[in-house]
Ligand binder design. Structure first.
Ligand code: AMP
Length: 446
């Protein structure tokens, strides 16, 4: 019988489809400036993903795009490649007159990450990309802007601060990119997006990206784009097709033992663990440190520099396990996350999609596993309804379940066993005692 950990491995090729259609022409056959081709090739990116194949030619032509695509599909490069290409080819005078492209994003992490993609793909070009976001001193960002920037990646708060102080001028932008629009609305940025329109030219190209779509998002999108090219990637099941996801039924109190075993048997793998709250994140970290597993947490109580440092350590592989809450980890792109573990099941079905989308990025295949306690079954049903797909269950037999608990190095576990054993003995003694008492009473009656 396979253990639940081995079972996971045996499912690895469950979904064979990926976002790649191998008949797509290679990037080196595109009419793009050679610097971009070289940068793509250095990153090992040879062929476009679906979203890139479908959007790059239209963006190059100057058309508006409305795309429903989740992170992990390669959507950042889908807009970064054509935007860098176009800005590089602009006349010097035009570039000198100010910022040409604004990419608006919901979170700081995403902001940093997208700027990184632009800077990577824009190496050796004339294009300068910078990010601006809150939670850090603004002076450095102002200095950077004053030196001259072509592309700004920004979160709404800091962006409006800098506009109102006169440090940021968006009057000359030619391309507006709204990324993760659904998240922007979730975070209450609707009015910010609307008021942005007062600061940017009416004549511009707009690229609108959202992982999900509903009436509100549609309305917002159509108030911004003109005759857009509509692109939808994996419309039916929003869980990336190269993510293999499954559930394991585990009692709430036993989850930490399963996590411990999983991490110890996958020591060299990068694992992103999701929990529902900040307190849970800290608790899981403590439970892991008791059994000598090193990990870090990412949540709303961490200040910006801590978050950046943590993400950096995880990205570089200095730590292999990160415990995160939903909001803190939305949209972040960390290469080579082999496993996502839903230690708690999210209450919102779309959070599930975002969570499992942290693995199986780009070309690689990923695995997501959810530890589901009895109380969380309902949430799984809701997720299945949302994705339109049944999530397969990895069954654990009783021996394997018990082995997982016995496997733990947690000292408190031995206490727990002792207490359980004590309760069991006590219970048995009580039963025997009651039986004897009843026997005595019956004898007396007779
Ligand atoms: P995104 O959807 O922009 O968050 O991209 C997710 C991941 O896909 C990143 O790690 C990229 O490096 C990877 N990626 C983007 N384009 C390609 C491509 N054409 N081929 C392979 N991987 C890619």
């Amino acid at each position: 019988m396979l253990t639940f950990v081995q079972n996971l491995g045996s499912n690895s090729n469950h979904h064979k489809k990926t976002f790649y259609n191998h008949t797509y022409m290679r990037f080196d056959q595109y009419s793009l400036i050679p610097q971009i081709k070289e940068n793509l090739s250095k990153k090992g990116l040879k062929k476009p993903t679906d979203i890139q194949f479908k959007s790059i030619p239209h963006i190059l032509k100057g058309e508006d795009v409305l795309a429903i695509a989740q992170t992990g599909t390669g959507k950042t490069a889908a807009f970064a490649i054509p935007v860098i290409h176009k800005i590089h080819l602009l006349k010097v005078k035009k570039r000198a007159s100010g910022i040409r492209c604004l990419v608006m994003v919901p979170t700081r992490e995403l902001c940093i990450q997208i700027a990184e993609v632009f800077n990577d793909l824009g190496k050796k070009t004339k294009v300068i990309t910078r990010s601006i976001f809150g939670g850090v001193e603004q002076d450095e960002q102002i200095n950077t802007l004053n030196k001259g920037v072509d592309i700004v990646i920004a979160t709404p708060g800091r962006m409006f601060d800098l506009i109102s102080q006169g440090h940021l001028d968006l009057k000359h932008i030619e391309v507006l990119v709204l990324d993760e629009a659904d998240q922007m609305l979730d975070k209450g940025f609707y009015h910010d997006i609307k008021s942005l329109q007062q600061h940017i030219p009416k004549r511009r190209q707009t690229l609108f990206f959202s992982a999900t779509i509903d009436e509100k998002i549609k309305k917002l999108a159509y108030s911004l784009v003109i005759n857009p090219i509509r692109i939808q990637i994996s419309p039916k099941n929003p869980v990336a097709r190269n993510v293999d996801h499954s559930i394991v039924k585990v009692k709430m109190d036993d989850k930490r033992f399963f996590l411990e075993r999983f991490i110890k048997e996958n020591e060299d793998k990068k694992v992103l663990v999701f929990v529902r709250t900040k307190v849970r994140a800290e608790r899981v970290m403590k439970a892991m440190s008791r059994v000598n597993i090193e990990c870090l947490t990412l949540h709303g109580d961490k200040d910006q520099s801590e978050r950046i440092q943590t993400l950096d350590k995880f990205k570089k592989g200095e730590i292999n396990m990160l415990v995160a809450t939903d909001v803190s980890a939305r949209g972040i792109d960390i290469p080579n996350v082999e496993f996502v573990i839903n230690y708690d099941i999210p209450e919102e079905a779309d959070s599930y999609v975002h969570r499992v989308g942290r693995t199986g990025r780009g070309r690689s295949k990923g695995k997501a596993i959810s530890f589901v306690s009895k109380d969380e079954n309902e949430l799984i049903f809701a997720i299945e309804e949302y994705t339109g797909d049944k999530i397969k269950e990895i069954k654990i037999n009783l021996d394997d379940y018990q082995d997982t608990i016995d496997y733990s190095d947690d000292a408190s576990q031995s206490w727990q066993s002792l207490i359980k054993e004590h309760d069991r003995v006590e219970g048995n003694l009580k039963k025997i005692h009651n039986k004897r008492r009843k026997q005595k009473e019956n004898k007396k009656k007779k």
